[in-house]
Design a binder for this molecule. Structure first.
Ligand code: FES
Length: 114
């Protein structure tokens, strides 16, 4: 046996509202799997749970999280499915979306007020 292709049973992570999904082998974070697949759906920063740029929201599926900065994912946000993709390890197939950034929120509030 050669190569490092994902096991057939590896959970798949799907970007909501798209057909795009990637296999996430055991021990791999969502962010690492996206990078390996050449996907740029989630911004990449420190890769160690500290900067917060890779924040996503999981809408379906099970996962576990490694250590994450509470500054970027508060406990109540974590309860709502928010997590840092570099510290997110899928247990089942899941659906996710990039979390809105403060810039997105600002643009949305300006669009509403104009
Ligand atoms: S890349 Fe920095 S927290 Fe994930």
């Amino acid at each position: 046996m050669t190569g490092h292709s994902p096991q057939p049973t590896a959970p798949r992570a799907r970007l909501v509202h798209t057909p795009h999904s990637v296999a996430v082998p055991e021990g791999s974070s969502l962010l690492a799997a996206l990078e390996r697949a050449g996907r740029r759906d989630v911004p990449v920063g420190c890769r160690n749970g500290g900067c917060g740029v890779c924040k996503v929201q999981v809408l379906e599926g099970d996962y576990r999280c490694g250590p994450m900065s509470r500054r970027h994912v508060a406990a109540d946000q974590q309860d709502q499915g928010f997590a840092l993709a570099c510290r997110l390890y899928p247990i089942s197939d899941l659906a996710f979306r990039p979390a809105p950034t403060p810039v997105d929120d600002l643009a949305r509030s300006r669009a509403i007020s104009s």
